[in-house]
Design a protein around this ligand. Structure first.
Ligand code: F6R
Length: 270
């Protein structure tokens, strides 16, 4: 794991992400962004949108690839990740919607029984990422069970984009988006694999709150294991983990990470 940054507020984390991505786009106008949904990245997207607006950054050639999508939800469903990314990223950042993709875009709510279509969607998505030049910065949240994307415990650490079955814990965690009704939460998803995520040139994982503390400790300081898929990031050449104090509360080397960050040379960016 390259760097662990313990921040005081979610806002500080959002600033770090916003500045990093804004600088990237200024240097590389056709940058490719890997996009997560869920609560963790929301402030980071807002901050990036503010910088883009205030500094008049041209984003007309920026491309985006969402991490995952529920299976069985039509694209226009307000909780589909296609719609969520439109609402929270594409529109506020002013990206060209033609350049922003989610792995379920070709499925549009197709039922799980539509094997031919669904099986092809994963490898096609990985090909599309490669054709775009690969992901420059992938933002990630982490599930309370250690998932990244929707790679649940037991996921192959070299997997490509494919169908996965959500754990009950993940479905309960996400019930808040579905009227607190577990029956409405889809059971299956299509997600970038751990292998796909590992090919991103820079990975920034955000985690906030005490309910993420164990998953963060397992990911950062535990052994590399498919039991905690996020632990694969220990093998990534450029992974940045930004956590608040609560999410960092189970890290054994928290004081050391704080010291490292406080004494980081100015020339070293994120
Ligand atoms: C979302 C995703 C998930 C979430 C994770 C944390 O696209 O891939 O891995 O990042 O479930 O969700 P939040 O941020 O809502 O706690």
């Amino acid at each position: 794991m390259a760097e662990i940054i313990i921040v005081n507020t979610e806002d500080e984390a959002a600033e770090l992400y916003g500045r990093t991505v804004a600088d990237l786009i200024q240097n590389k106008p056709n940058a490719v962004l890997g996009l997560a949904t869920g609560s963790s990245p929301l402030l980071a997207y807002e901050h990036l949108a503010d910088i883009i607006k205030n500094e008049h950054i041209d984003v007309s050639n920026v491309q985006g690839f969402a991490l995952d999508e529920y299976l069985g939800l039509p694209l226009e469903h307000e909780q589909s990740y296609h719609s969520t990314i439109r609402r929270t990223v594409t529109e506020p950042l002013g990206l060209n919607p033609q350049y922003v993709h989610a792995p379920g875009d070709v499925l549009n709510g197709a039922p799980l029984s539509n094997g031919d279509l669904i099986a092809k969607a994963g490898p096609d998505y990985d090909d599309a990422i490669d054709k775009a030049g690969g992901i420059d910065v992938q933002i990630l949240g982490i599930g309370t069970d250690g998932h990244v994307g929707f790679n649940e415990p037991g996921s192959s650490l070299s997997s490509g984009t494919r169908v996965k079955t959500l754990t009950e814990q993940t479905r309960i965690d996400n019930m808040r988006f579905f009227d607190n009704d577990l029956n409405q939460v889809p059971t299956h998803c299509i997600t970038q694999g751990i292998g796909t995520i590992m090919r991103a040139r820079h990975v920034i994982l955000l985690a906030f709150g005490a309910n993420k503390a164990q998953a963060v400790a397992d990911a950062v300081e535990g052994g590399i294991s498919s039991f905690c898929p996020a632990s694969a990031l220990q093998m990534h050449k450029h992974a940045t983990v930004i956590v608040d104090r609560d999410a960092a509360s189970k890290l054994q080397l928290a004081d050391y990470y704080r010291w490292v960050y406080a004494n980081k040379p100015d020339w070293q960016k994120l």
